[in-house]
Design a binder for this molecule. Structure first.
Ligand code: ADP
Ligand code: MG
Length: 348
């Protein structure tokens, strides 16, 4: 659907050139929700604006539905852009127009008759849940409702792709969830491919199928969301996931670990283990094997369990004490059943 090849973008800033994007390669499949996450200044907006040539890349190619956007003339580009809708963080609604008038606006510009417009957008306004509010002005509706208008307007030209640049960043958590559910619904029911930019892993976790982590204008890591969550390879990814799965254990837990260590009897070993598991391995009786078969004592210290794309994933911190060789065997067993095991150095 969308393919980006060796994309680069350099701005001419007041203090010289700013290399905002360097050598970006990615492929977004038709029908998926593709998330792009990164910290502020990473290059997310620069990248998403290259997908409809609001930013003209300094190098590389942007192919949308097989068309190389940079090779298109004005008319071709206008047509290509009709296939690519966009929603913005600050909604960008026209304050002098009603909800209906805002959604209708792109079609009026395209010269469509009022009757055709109504036929097209009335169902859209219903879809986004604003049927009862279509005569209100932006000042008379909430932030979440404004974003619903933004989404309906972006869908008015029946795009194949919807670009969302921090569409929920100005909204509270509950409204964020509702808007993400709406984007998911648009994706499933209308078959629209969604490219979603965010700085929040929570957003990625809720709706993305795949995610690319962008850092310093480059792709640091990319993959299916569950995989990136359970096997993050880069420091930047780990720190972004931290808001959902904290990498550091709380101090109270570390105090408890020191206590447990002091209580070890001579000849007994102890090891703090951090386990993370997903999908199939989440359903296996992983701990009972260690207790029953290996005779280890386990103290559960910290943990959480969550779901991504209907797949369970969880993390658990346990302190295992017992025979040193059996602790080693336990590590091997856990890894063999697909559990990620991190032994915490210095806490052996
Ligand atoms: N129009 C511009 N002129 C010069 N530099 C810019 C411009 N827009 C963005 N930048 C710079 O490019 C980098 C990436 O910005 P941006 O794509 O907005 O990041 P993000 O959306 O991830 O916060 C930043 O260093 C930013 O300061
Ligand atoms: Mg941005």
């Amino acid at each position: 659907m969308i393919e980006i090849r060796d994309l680069s973008l350099t701005y001419q800033g007041p203090k010289g050139p700013v290399h905002a994007l360097n050598g970006i390669n990615l492929k977004i499949e038709s029908g998926e929700v593709f998330g792009i996450i990164g910290r502020s200044g990473a290059g997310k907006s620069s990248l998403v604006r290259c997908l409809n040539l609001l930013n003209r890349p300094s190098g590389g190619q942007v192919l949308v539905g097989g068309r190389d956007l940079m090779q298109l003339g004005d008319a071709g580009l206008r047509a290509a852009r009709r296939d690519i809708g966009m929603v913005f963080q600050h909604f960008n609604l026209l304050s002098s127009r009603t909800v209906w008038g805002n959604v209708a606006f792109p079609l009026e510009l395209a010269g469509m008759s009022r009757q055709e417009i109504a036929k097209r957008i009335d169902p859209l306004i219903e879809l986004v849940g604003l049927g009862a509010l279509s005569d209100r002005y932006p000042a008379q509706i909430s932030g979440g409702q404004k974003q619903r208008v933004g989404i309906a307007r972006a869908l008015a030209s029946q795009p194949k792709v919807l670009l969302s640049d921090e569409a929920t960043s100005a909204l509270d958590p509950e409204t964020t969830r509702a808007i993400l559910d709406l984007l998911r619904q648009v994706n499933r029911e209308l078959g629209v491919t969604v490219v979603l930019i965010t700085h929040q892993m929570q957003v990625i976790k809720q709706i993305a199928d795949r995610v690319a982590v962008i850092d310093g204008g480059q792709i640091a890591e990319m993959g299916p969301v569950l995989e990136v969550f359970t096997r993050p390879r880069q420091t930047i990814t780990r720190s972004l996931i931290d808001e959902i799965v904290p990498q550091q254990l709380p101090d109270s837990v570390m105090t408890r670990v020191r206590e447990l260590k002091r209580q070890l009897v001579p000849g007994q070993a102890g090891q703090l283990l951090r386990l993370s598991y997903a999908g199939e391995s989440a359903y296996q009786p992983i701990l009972s094997h260690l207790i029953r078969e290996l005779g280890l004592d386990l103290s559960i210290l910290h943990g959480q369990i969550d779901e991504i794309q209907e797949q369970t994933f969880g993390s658990l911190a346990v302190y295992a004490s017992g025979d040193a060789a059996r602790i080693e065997a336990a590590l091997q067993h856990l890894r063999a059943v697909g559990v990620q095991v991190q032994t915490v150095p210095g806490e052996a």
